[in-house]
Every structure is written in structure tokens, then in C-alpha cells.
Design a protein around this ligand. Structure first.
Ligand code: BGC
Length: 764
């Protein structure tokens, strides 16, 4: 893709990561396990193939070609010469099969290609973005959505998703916060493993695809929230915050990992042997293969790390990058590196073995082709639309509902739907929707019109337009609509028309937020304001005195502090995907009840970032919310927060025991009571705090949760199991994983501000 040719110049100093690695974690080696009969057959098959392969053919398997990038050698020739093991960005099943036939029929060893794509939140049917999916606090839903995405992708022959993105992100300025599950390692781990299960199921089933866990590791800690900027992360934070979702994904059987772009503590992730070998393979026992990120092998030179392209190829391969994405340094230099001895032959064999094994497990050696006709049945099928609609319903978060302004009564006569995102298809889909189609997408305006039919007069006005101001890397493939309000007069008139509609309507739904290109890769921001004139529009609408509901479509928490005091109804819909407009209409009119909870602490302004609830106590804990003299340091909405149309209390916390032995469990039981006349969901969240130990531990940490449905008037008990293992942490004092004995606080409630409290002790 042309946009990929744009580079930012990097100059970084290097440091000896390895030394740090040696000082850090205890590397627990995995117990060898007896191979299953299938593994035995696979090893025999792959060993046999490896014996027949030349060095160049092996390096071909380690090379991935980006389909639409400019190329001097045709793809057909590359495949015939066995110089490509994988392609990315081919989505047409006929073209996939054509290329696959060349690989299988016209090469010496008949090794099939592996086709990969960014199936991040759907393939053709676009699901809510991952930050939204995490807001569902519903791992089963997340698993199902990725299974549905796998069905669509596999129907065209794409058998490898560059997802899940499991980077913890604690700074909303970072555009890629929308691609992950937010700030918390426990929630992030549950979402990571659910996604791996959803994509892969049992690897080899024809409707499943390989997961690629990315970006290993620490990408979310980009300095200042600036995408691609360096991450400087202490060992304590790496092991306790940034690694856990990766480890959970690995433990769930993820077949592949992707190395990150940035320097981690001074060493680029794609040349980082400590990450890719010591942690991933030695410590965690990962058996799959690692792909670089886009050109990150050649970027080892750009980073000021490798001296030459040949050095970059050698450092990446030795560090543990098994396949190179897009750049061609492996193809161009790896053979020379092997001959010169800078890369051991064994390193090549190990890399190729893991790639061939992945292809074998997928079943590509027996059935390499997309099934003709399957895509037509699967893509945007009724089942897909249904799943996407439910996902969007369950991932929206109700932030405010004063005087029960929501749900909207269907008995009204006139409804204004206003805002730059109210009727924008690409912006409803969100980033990583490259195989999605605008025409499939239901905007909020479409959804509301379909919901109310002719019973309510629905009037639409854009009010204002918003623009990013500079190009997005996705513009060439996937642009938001260009502005149509060109002159100042046009803009003034559009603004006035919108406010006139507010004045003459019974109620207004304002749909504000960010264009799809304003969150995502290379979409960092210095402020969290509503872009453009949206705040002005919102305040003018409120000044009419008419009832206003704000729907947010965006990929990160925004500064809505004024709205949180003046706008009675606020629904965070994130980028909700293909069925977003229908789902939002369901929620606005009460045909679905909001139950999502924030997977991030919601700041008042960008100046509070990075902001997260699991901070340590400090010496004046009572001052926690007053750490700035010019603004509160408390979040606007805490992590785990979200309202419902139902009122479901959580009370009467009881523990099964007040002593927790190592490897034991405690059951925490609470009573839920739905005191309203609306059926709804409540998420029961369990937090702990270690009072003293070998290190200071966060004031609260999520250690369990469950989203449950409670009928109107119903009372029911819910039990969350706390595992002693989940209290273990990597102690910076002892530099190993510890379960410190002593007293712990435990809270259960409906957010990280939970008040039901108990204590227990961990004792050997
Ligand atoms: C992104 C990855 C993505 C890859 C292929 C990179 O720029 O960082 O997340 O998988 O491109 O599209």
C-alpha cells in the first residue's frame, strides 16, 4: 500500500537490553511434554520437507509480501521462485486461489502460501472496535465476534488475522488505544485469550484462522502517547502490567506473535532477543512463529540500531523474528548472513520449522484453497449482522442518564438527529475496516429512521464538519467523506440550521466524536477535545433549553467534562461497526439496555494522562484527587463505570473464608437486586489490594468479574472466585514472581470505586 511508504525518521541510542534481561525475571523452563500422534506426523512431515529445502527456499518461507506495494518482480515470479511464504492484504478469493495454485502446482516443493490480513474488528462485517468490545466485559461475546470474523475471513481464503492487539494502553492520547482492551492487565488478559479462542478454535477447522498477538511488547506505553515513540517501561510494569495479556494469549494457544515497532527500553522490539527468545520462547514456552511488524526489520537501521541492512536481517533473525513483513532484507541478505556465520543455520531451520508447522496445523497442505462460493454466503450474512448488532449493543457504555432522559419515548412527534457523525458510514465503522463496505453500514440516522418508521418525524442536520487537518495513513484506502461546507457562509448556515432543528424538535440526538482516522495507527492527539466546532454545537444546542442526548462515536475517552455537567443523556458507542446505527437506535429507544463498563479511566482533560486506577498509594493517599492545583486529578468516570436503565444494587458481600492458602481460592458472594422495572445487566467487579509486602502494590487491582442479567424485581446472588494465583506479582525487590503473605483488602461492586469491603489473609 502506498501509504506504507511514508516513514518517520528515527534516531535512537541503543542500550544493552540483554544485560537487563539477565538481571530480570527468573526464567522458568517448560516441562517437556510427550508429543501427540498428530504432532509426530507433523514433525515427520516438516522434517522431511526441511531436508529437501535449499537455503533460499527456506528464506522464502520467512518472507511475507505486501500485495499492493510497488514491486519490481511480479508476484507470480516471486511465488514460482519460492521467495514468498506469505502474502498480506489479498482479500479476493479468486485471486487468493490463483496465487495459491501457482505456489502449490508450479513450485518444486508445493508449499502453500499463508494469506494474512488485519482482521481486527471484523473482516467484511465490521464489529465494534476492540476498546468497545472490552467495554462489554463479556469474554464469551468477544470470542464469538472473533469466531464470526474468522468465518468471513476464511471464506475468502484469509487464514491469518493480525490480531488480537493486546497492548495495555493508559494514555488516551495514543491513537491505538482503540485497538486494544484498555488499561487493565486482568481485563486485557481475559479479552486476549477470548479473542485467541475465537479466531483459532481448534486450529485446522476450515472456518478458523490463526491469531497473531501483537505488538510484542510495550507499544502502548509510547512516550507522550505519540505513536511509534519509544517505550521506557520498568521491569515491574512490564511483568505486572504489559506482559500479562500477551502471556494469557500465549497460554490460550496463540499460533503467532508480532514484534512491535518501537524501542523498548532502548532496544527496538524487532531486534530484541530478550523479548522474543528469553521471555516468549524460554520463559513462556511459545512454539509458534513471530512475524515482524511492517518493515520493522529494515527499521532496525532507521532506529540507529543495526549498521547495515545485512546487519538488520541478521539481528532480527537472531533475536527471533521468524518472518519479515513487507521489507525484503531476509530475501536480500539472510543467505549471505548464514554463509558469513552471523546467523546460524539452526536459527533458519527453527524459524522455517515453526512457519511450516503453522501451515500444517491450519490444514493448508491438504486444503490450501478458498471454497468457491462460500464467501457469497458468509460475507455480511444475516447471522453476521445479528452478531455485530448484539456486539454493538453490549459494548456501548451509558455515562449519564439524568432524570431518565433515556430511553427515548417512542411517543414523541419530532426528533432531531444532528452532528458530523450522525450519518457517516466510514466513521461508524472505525479504523481497521479495510475489507468493510460503506454500503453495508447502518449509521445512527439510518438506525433511528428504521426504528421509528413514520410514527416520528426524524430531521437530520450535520451542523458542523470535522477534519483531521493532516493526512491519515488510511486515507488512500479508506477515507472519511470530504468536507462539503467550504465557505464560512456555508458553515454558518449549517450551524444555524442545526440549532433551528433543535429548537423545533421534541428531542435532539447529537452524534459527535471523532472521524475514523482520528483514532488508530498514527492518530495520536495532544488534546482530547471534541474536534472542530463540535463543543460549540453541543453548547449551543443545550442553550436552547430543549432535551439533548449525546451519542459519542470515537476511539478514545474525550474531554466531555462540560457535557457531563450539562447534557442529561450521554451514551458512549465507540466506533460501533456495520450494525452500529441499528444497535444505537435499539439502545436509545430501550429495545436494548446499556450494560457496558469503561475499560479505561475517563480523564477530564489530556493533562491528566497517563491516567489509571491501579496506581500505588503514595504518601498522601487522601490527596489523590487533588494532586494538581489547577484541576482535579480524579477521573471524570472511573475504570469499570457504566450505567443501565435498570437499577441493580450489589450488597451483602460474604467471603467463603478469610484465609487464602497458596494455590487456594476464596469465593466472594454478593446479592444483586434489580429494584427497577427494567430487565438489565450488571457487571460484578472484584478488586483487591495487598496492604504490605515485598513491594508496594496498587491501591486496587481487578481480579475477577462477571456480567450477569437480572430481571426487573429479581434478586440473585453472584459468586466470583478469587484465585491465589491471581495475587501473584513480579516483585521488583526479589526480581521474581511472589505471593506475598499478609492482609489483603477486597472490594466488590459495579466499578473500580466499589464499596462492599472485606479483608482476608494470605498465609502459607
Ligand atoms: C501495524 C500492524 C498491522 C500491520 C499490517 C502495521 O503498521 O502496526 O498492527 O498488523 O501494519 O497491516
Amino acid at each position: 500500500m502506498l501509504f506504507r511508504l511514508i516513514h518517520l525518521p528515527y534516531r535512537k541510542t541503543t542500550s544493552l537490553w540483554l544485560l537487563l534481561g539477565l538481571m530480570s525475571s527468573s526464567l522458568v523452563s517448560q516441562q517437556p511434554q510427550a508429543p501427540s500422534p498428530n504432532d509426530v506426523a507433523m514433525h515427520r512431515f516438516v522434517d522431511d520437507l526441511l531436508r529437501k529445502m535449499t537455503l533460499d527456499e527456506k528464506i522464502g518461507q520467512m518472507s511475507q509480501v505486501a500485495y499492493q506495494e510497488p514491486h519490481t518482480v511480479s508476484h507470480e515470479e516471486r511465488i514460482r521462485k519460492e521467495q514468498a511464504g506469505s502474502f498480506l492484504f489479498v482479500t479476493d478469493p479468486a485471486e487468493i486461489n490463483r496465487l495459491q495454485h501457482i505456489a502449490v502446482d508450479e513450485t518444486r516443493l508445493h508449499i502453500p502460501l499463508l494469506f494474512g490480513f488485519d482482521v481486527v474488528h471484523g473482516f467484511r462485517t465490521i464489529y465494534p472496535v476492540p476498546l468497545a468490545m472490552a467495554s462489554s466485559w463479556d469474554p464469551a461475546l468477544v470470542e464469538h465476534a472473533q469466531y464470526m470474523a474468522a468465518r468471513e475471513a476464511s471464506s475468502v481464503g484469509v487464514r491469518w488475522a493480525f490480531a488480537p492487539m493486546v497492548d495495555i494502553a493508559r494514555d488516551a492520547r495514543w491513537g491505538r488505544i482503540m485497538e486494544g482492551s484498555g488499561e487493565d492487565p486482568f481485563l486485557g488478559s481475559r479479552m486476549a485469550e477470548a479473542q485467541v479462542r475465537g479466531f483459532q478454535g481448534t486450529i485446522g477447522a476450515p472456518d478458523r484462522i490463526l491469531a497473531c498477538v501483537k505488538h510484542f511488547a510495550g507499544y502502548g506505553a509510547a512516550a507522550g502517547g505519540r505513536d511509534y515513540d519509544q517505550s521506557d517501561i520498568s521491569d515491574e510494569q512490564l511483568w505486572n502490567v504489559y506482559f500479562p495479556p500477551f502471556h494469557a494469549a500465549e497460554a490460550a494457544g496463540a499460533a503467532t506473535f508480532m514484534a512491535a515497532y518501537m524501542d523498548l527500553n532502548g532496544v527496538p522490539a524487532s531486534g530484541n532477543r530478550y523479548l522474543l527468545r528469553d521471555v516468549l520462547r524460554t520463559d513462556w514456552g511459545f512454539q509458534g512463529f513471530v512475524v515482524s511488524d511492517w518493515e520493522t526489520v529494515s527499521n532496525l537501521v532507521t532506529h540507529g540500531f543495526a549498521s547495515t541492512p545485512a546487519d538488520a536481517a541478521s539481528r532480527a533473525a537472531n533475536a527471533g523474528v521468524d518472518m519479515e513483513m513487507t521489507s525484503s532484507l531476509y530475501r536480500d541478505f539472510l543467505a549471505t548472513d548464514v554463509k558469513s556465520g552471523s546467523v546460524p543455520q539452526q536459527t533458519i531451520n527453527d524459524a522455517v520449522r515453526s512457519i511450516l508447522e503453522a501451515k500444517y496445523k491450519l490444514g493448508l497442505f491438504t486444503n490450501p484453497y478458498a471454497t468457491p462460493g462460500l464467501a457469497a454466503k458468509e460475507l455480511v450474512s444475516a447471522d453476521q449482522r445479528h452478531a455485530a448488532r448484539v456486539a454493538a449493543q453490549r459494548s456501548a457504555v451509558l455515562l449519564r442518564n439524568e432524570s431518565n432522559i433515556l430511553p427515548i419515548k417512542k411517543s414523541m412527534h419530532t426528533l432531531a438527529v444532528i452532528g458530523p457523525l450522525a450519518d457517516s458510514k466510514p466513521d461508524t465503522m472505525g479504523s481497521w475496516s479495510l475489507a468493510g463496505k460503506y454500503d453495508d453500514t447502518i449509521t445512527v440516522l439510518n438506525g433511528i429512521r428504521a426504528k421509528v418508521g413514520s410514527a416520528v418525524e426524524v430531521r437530520y442536520a450535520k451542523g458542523v464538519e470535522i477534519q483531521r487537518g493532516n493526512a491519515s495513513i488510511f486515507d488512500p484506502q479508506f477515507a472519511s467523506p470530504p468536507p462539503t461546507l467550504v465557505t464560512a457562509d456555508q458553515r454558518e448556515k449549517a450551524f444555524k440550521d442545526a440549532i433551528d432543528l433543535v429548537k423545533s424538535s421534541d428531542l435532539t440526538v447529537l452524534v459527535l466524536g471523532e472521524l475514523q482516522s482520528m483514532s488508530g495507527e498514527r492518530a495520536s492527539r495532544a488534546t482530547l477535545d471534541l474536534p472542530g466546532e463540535q463543543e460549540k454545537l453541543l453548547e449551543a444546542a443545550e442553550a436552547t433549553g430543549k432535551p439533548i442526548v449525546l451519542v459519542l462515536i470515537n476511539g478514545r475517552p474525550l474531554d466531555i467534562t462540560w457535557a457531563s455537567q450539562h447534557i442529561p443523556g450521554i451514551l458512549e458507542a465507540w466506533y460501533p461497526g456495520t450494525e452500529g446505527g441499528n444497535a444505537i437506535a435499539d439502545l436509545l429507544f430501550g429495545d436494548a439496555v446499556p450494560g457496558g463498563k469503561l475499560p479505561v479511566s475517563w480523564p477530564r482533560s489530556a493533562g491528566q494522562e497517563p491516567l489509571y486506577y491501579a496506581h500505588t498509594l503514595s504518601q498522601i493517599p487522601a490527596d489523590r484527587d487533588a494532586m494538581y492545583w489547577d484541576e482535579s486529578s480524579a477521573p471524570l468516570y472511573p475504570f469499570g463505570y457504566g450505567l443501565s436503565y435498570a437499577s441493580i444494587s450489589i450488597r451483602d458481600l460474604k467471603l467463603s473464608s478469610i484465609k487464602l492458602p497458596p494455590a487456594g481460592v476464596i469465593e466472594a458472594t454478593v446479592n444483586l437486586h434489580n429494584t427497577s422495572n427494567v430487565d438489565g445487566d450488571q457487571t460484578v467487579e472484584l478488586y483487591t489490594h495487598q496492604r504490605a509486602g515485598s513491594a508496594s502494590r496498587p491501591v486496587r487491582e481487578l481480579k475477577g468479574f462477571e456480567r450477569v442479567h437480572v430481571k426487573a424485581g429479581e434478586q440473585r446472588s453472584v459468586t466470583i472466585t478469587l484465585h491465589a494465583d491471581d495475587l501473584k506479582f513480579w516483585s521488583p525487590a526479589t526480581r521474581q514472581t511472589e505471593l506475598d503473605p499478609g492482609t489483603f483488602d477486597l472490594w466488590v461492586g459495579d466499578s473500580s470505586a466499589a464499596t462492599e469491603h472485606a479483608t482476608f489473609t494470605v498465609s502459607p
